[in-house]
Design a protein around this ligand. Sequence first.
Ligand code: FE2
Length: 374
Amino acid sequence: MKGLNNWQCTMQDKGLRLTNNDQEHYFNYYWLRDNCPSSFDQQTQERIFDIAALDLPPVAQAVKINDNILQITWQDLHISQFTLDILLSWANSNQRPDPADLPRQHWLGDFYPCMARFSAEQVHTDSHAREAWAKAMIEEGVALITGMPDTDQSLPELAQLLGLIRPSVAGHVFEVRVEPNPVNLSFTSAALEMHTDTPAEEHAPGIQFLHCRANSVDGGDSLFLDGAAVATAMQEKYPADFALLTQHRVPFYYDHEQFDWRSHQKVIELDQHGAVSGVTVSQHMADWFDLPQHLLDDYYPAFVRFLRELRLPEYLCRFRLNAGECIVFDNHRIVHGRDAYASDAGHRHLRGCYIDRGELRSSYRTLVRKNAQL
Ligand SMILES: [Fe+2]
């Protein structure tokens, strides 16, 4: 059967072959029947067809192409219609188009002046600014929000622009300041090693918000680096070490009187394209590595190599977080720490919370769609 641009469709045992002069695509009958447009509820977009309820495997009885539409008549006489555009788009990518599937833009230690900046008022009132903020978070993994009101509510109100706050072991929000009985080094004035937060949780927090309420101390500079940039460079320089860190999970723990968190994480995470999507770094929460001892002969040198790569000065971005600013960053990608500060004079107080990475991407996709209709 011929269609526009000379597309021809032929039936085979288990699927259809779609060909023209220089392309050939194959579509499985189960896939076509399951994804027939009639399979989906028009309001909810959820699938209301149950492929497991078919008496026999789906097989086409007849096919035709008219006006860019492929029509399939099935052996049970159900008719499915697909536009060729949709089928060809799928054939070329084999996935639903995703506006949030943006390539990461790696950055180095001189990035601070280039970091995406938005005022709190902008992102609250302008959906295009919100979209640009979410895009920067996906591409660069970090952004700075300025002009934050000095109130308890300004942090949750900001976070909820991109997603629901997800609690961590510290609750819905946490306060980073000197505490009399700290359960974590961040609640002291000591230097904080470069780390990603709470890797001992099974699903470590995705996006972290740190609202600076006060910072009048000597010292306490913020330290940030792009872990994806470091890991990607490591893939080039030390491919065998890189492979070990992407393949094996190592244990992390966070154990105190009231809780006992444990999990295993890969130090370097890859996305569906095989690119580095994140890192998990926390020596103070790393448990005794429980890989086989002979594997540790290779794993430990690779791990130490990565820690040393993370310390190369070209990656480290150092700046002072000022009262009224909120730094927002991808906790699976951006490795952060803090210089020690003098706690006897002045005050340093950050209020923090998390949302999931999926919330960020969902918000970005929704903003792209809504803003395109404005
Ligand atoms: Fe942290």
